[in-house]
Design a protein around this ligand. Structure first.
Ligand SMILES: [Zn+2]
Length: 444
């Protein structure tokens, strides 16, 4: 049985789903104004591990990941590029789905977009207005945090302390309390043609409301597990709880799972420090994406992970070694129950992936263990490192050309030349063999 650390209670709790045999997960997705960075995908891989492990444990999982395609950043950037909001965000939305695929993240059941759920958000805001938990000001509609007594229950922040730290934005001078947050923003010149004409007035939603509206639509309230990065605890998740619970008098989610920070070279990732990486940057540096996934799994999701290119290279080496060892194992029809039990026990303990990887290594090094391949196959349902997949080998152009030259020599019955070329290819580390379909090149 899975024991999961719950940010709400600050304890590990046995996961008890709302509906037997089923699990519902909501994960805050990406704001599509740019390519996601490796810190985003660290969190996405953590929620993927959660989902895969629940499936491995027999649950039928519904996972919702939202796409934030309207906010200050998307609007500003689309105007700068002289594109419609839709056209602008589409590019990054597609890139997001592509990057998830590259990293073997199982696709969510649905990826709802904020702009396609304005009606649901308006309804939610209207019920908050009716209950007088929300109020209308000149520039927008706000949530009054004083009307929600549980405010701060997730982040354990005290309201008195919050006020001291808050910077009041000029455009939000009108709020009743410094920490009240916008549910709806009335249209301004800066937003140009991005607005919706609704019962609330002409404008656009605040950021937090989309997650409350969409999680309720697709998962109901409460649902089982809400995931996200630790940076979202306050204010985003706190505000999601406030909106949903105040509107419907029910908790939003029973478990909250948060991923720790990722640092790069020991520092917070930032473009100005030059330590900012997207998934595309990693690929451009010729690292296989699953080396990054391996690296992410070597650290527990509640520990900070320090990313360096050296760590990535080490992970790549480990993964390659792992796959090489596995490719030598002979298939038998057994499954190793002992190792599989150890694996489950470790994963049940708050998804301890670093230790689960250790168990995999231990299995490989155990000369007496049987049923290795089937057991690895089972574990890889969770790791998703393609451990049993044979790579299509990249043949250097030079080798390819030599092999073709040899083929021509053979066709001309110049056996001497063909043999010489075969030796030359061998010296360069490749073996050539002839089959009915033509020649085959393998790395020695
Ligand atoms: Zn969210």
């Amino acid at each position: 049985m899975l024991k999961l650390y719950n940010t709400l209670t600050r304890t590990k709790q046995i996961f008890k789903p709302i509906t037997k045999g089923k699990a519902t997960i909501y994960s805050c997705g990406l704001t599509v104004y740019n390519y996601g960075h490796i810190g985003n995908y660290l969190t996405f891989i953590h929620s993927d591990i959660l989902r895969r492990y629940l499936e491995f444990s027999g649950y039928k999982v519904t996972k919702i990941v939202n796409i934030t395609d309207v906010d200050d950043k998307t609007i500003k950037q689309s105007i700068k590029e002289n594109k419609s909001l839709k056209e602008f965000t589409k590019k990054y939305e597609e890139a997001f789905l592509q990057d998830e695929k590259t990293l073997n993240i199982e696709p969510a059941t649905k990826y709802p977009k904020a702009t396609e759920h304005i009606k649901e958000m308006v309804n939610l805001i209207q019920s908050l207005l009716k209950k007088e938990i929300a109020y209308k000001k000149q520039d927008g509609i706000y949530f009054n945090i004083k009307k929600f007594k549980d405010y701060g229950k997730l982040s354990k922040l005290k309201l008195e302390n919050l006020k001291k730290n808050i910077r009041i934005n000029n455009d939000e001078y009108d709020k009743e309390n410094a920490n009240d947050f916008a549910l709806w923003k009335f249209h301004t010149k800066e937003d140009q043609n991005v607005f919706w004409e609704t019962e609330l007035g002409k404008g656009r939603p605040g950021w937090h409301i989309e997650c409350s509206a969409m999680s309720c639509k697709y998962l109901g309230q409460p649902f089982d597990i809400h995931t996200g990065g630790i940076d979202l605890i306050f204010p985003h998740h706190e505000n999601e709880i406030a909106q949903s619970q105040a509107a419907n008098n029910k908790p939003l989610a029973n478990y909250w799972m948060h991923s720790e920070w990722l640092t790069v070279n020991g520092k917070k990732m930032s473009k100005s420090l030059g330590n900012y990486y997207t998934i595309r940057d990693i690929l451009e540096l010729n690292h296989p994406p699953l080396a990054l996934r391996y690296l992410f799994l070597t650290s527990h999701y509640r520990n900070q992970l320090n990313f360096t290119l050296k760590n990535l290279q080490n992970s790549q080496n480990s993964l390659e070694r792992l796959k090489n060892i596995i490719s030598e194992i002979k298939q038998d029809d057994k499954t190793n129950k002992d190792y599989l039990t150890q694996f489950k026990k470790t994963m049940d303990d708050d998804l301890n992936t670093p230790q689960a990887l250790q168990i995999l290594w231990k299995l490989l090094r155990d000369p007496k263990a049987q049923g290795k391949l089937n057991t690895i196959k089972e574990m890889d349902k969770v790791f998703a490192l393609d451990l049993l997949k044979k790579e299509s080998l990249k043949i250097p152009k030079e080798i390819q050309e030599l092999a073709e030259e040899r083929q021509n020599a053979r066709l001309n019955k110049d056996w001497e030349k063909a043999d010489k070329l075969r030796d030359k290819i061998k010296k360069l580390g490749f073996q050539i063999s002839d089959t009915d379909e033509g020649f085959k090149i393998e790395k020695l």
